[in-house]
Design a protein around this ligand. Structure first.
Ligand SMILES: [Fe+2]
Ligand SMILES: [Fe+2]
Length: 256
C-alpha cells in the first residue's frame, strides 16, 4: 500500500468500487432502497437521473437480481425457505421441538414460521411482518400466534414454565424494558382465545442452538401442505393482501 495514501481517498475509492460492483449486473442497474441504506446509518437514496446519466447505455433492473438464488415462476413457501431465508436452523429447531412435544399441526406450523420476518425480511417488529405475510394462507390461529409472539417473548408465564429469556439479558441489557406498545399487546394477548398457541411458540423458541441437531425441512413438507394454502399462481402473484411482500422479497432490488 502507498504509505502516503490518504485514508479518506482510499475509503472513497473503495466506496466507489463497491458502488460499481453493486450496480453492474450485465446490462441492468440494480438499486438499493432507502431502507437498505438506513441500516448503514444513512438516510439517502440513489438519484435515478444521475445513475442513468452515468450509465447511458444501461437500463434499471425491473425483475430478478442475478446475484440472488433463482426463483421459479410460481414460487411456493418451500422455494422461499430454500432461496430467500438466510437461516433455517432456528425455525426448523423450534418446529422440530414442537413436533416432538406432540403439539398440534397449527402450533408446529406457527413455530416453523414464527421468525420468517427475521430470516427473510426485517428484524424490527418481525412478528407483525411475518404474520402479515402468511395471513392470507394460514388459519387465523397461526398468524395470530406469530404476531403475538413479538410481545409474549418478553413476559414470563410460570404456568407453562416460560421465563424471561436469559439471552435477552445478554442481548439487550438487564435494564431493558419493552416499549408501551409491546406491553399493551401483551395485555390484549393474555385475554385472547389463541393466547396459548402463541405462548407455545415462546416455549418452543429454541435459543440454545445445537449445531449437531438433525433438522430437515422435508420433515415439514406434509404439515405445510395441509396447513398452508399455497396459491396456484405462486406466492406474490395471487393478488392477496400480502402478495407484494412476497414479490419484494423475490425482487428486492427492482427500481420500482
Ligand atoms: Fe421471534
Ligand atoms: Fe424465534
Amino acid at each position: 500500500m502507498n504509505e502516503h495514501a490518504n485514508p479518506a481517498t482510499l475509503s472513497a475509492q473503495a466506496d466507489e468500487l463497491e458502488e460499481r460492483m453493486m450496480h453492474e449486473l450485465g446490462e441492468r442497474i440494480a438499486t438499493k432502497s432507502v431502507l437498505f441504506r438506513m441500516a448503514d446509518g444513512k438516510v439517502e437514496m440513489e438519484n435515478g437521473a444521475a445513475l442513468k446519466a452515468a450509465n447511458p447505455d444501461k437500463y434499471f433492473l425491473m425483475g430478478a437480481d442475478s446475484r440472488l438464488p433463482k426463483m421459479p415462476k410460481k414460487p411456493t413457501l418451500i422455494d422461499f425457505f430454500n432461496n430467500r431465508f438466510a437461516s433455517l436452523n432456528h425455525l426448523l429447531q423450534s418446529a422440530t421441538h414442537a413436533l416432538k412435544g406432540g403439539h398440534s399441526e397449527k402450533v408446529v406450523l406457527a413455530c416453523l414460521l414464527h421468525d420468517i420476518g427475521v430470516a427473510g425480511f426485517i428484524r424490527c417488529d418481525h412478528g407483525y411482518w411475518g404474520a402479515q405475510m402468511i395471513e392470507p394462507y394460514v388459519d387465523e390461529e397461526v398468524s395470530w400466534a406469530v404476531r403475538a409472539h413479538q410481545a409474549l417473548r418478553f413476559f414470563p408465564d410460570p404456568s407453562v414454565g416460560y421465563e424471561y429469556p436469559e439471552m435477552y439479558i445478554k442481548y439487550f441489557g438487564a435494564d431493558y424494558k419493552p416499549e408501551p406498545y409491546i406491553v399493551a399487546e401483551y395485555e390484549r394477548a393474555k385475554k385472547h382465545k389463541y393466547y396459548m398457541t402463541s405462548r407455545m411458540i415462546c416455549v418452543n423458541d429454541i435459543y440454545s442452538f445445537d449445531p449437531n441437531a438433525k433438522v430437515d425441512l422435508n420433515d415439514f413438507v406434509d404439515i405445510i401442505g395441509r396447513n398452508f394454502k399455497q396459491p396456484e399462481e405462486g406466492l406474490g402473484f395471487d393478488n392477496s393482501p400480502s402478495a407484494h411482500m412476497w414479490r419484494t422479497l423475490m425482487w428486492p432490488t427492482r427500481f420500482l
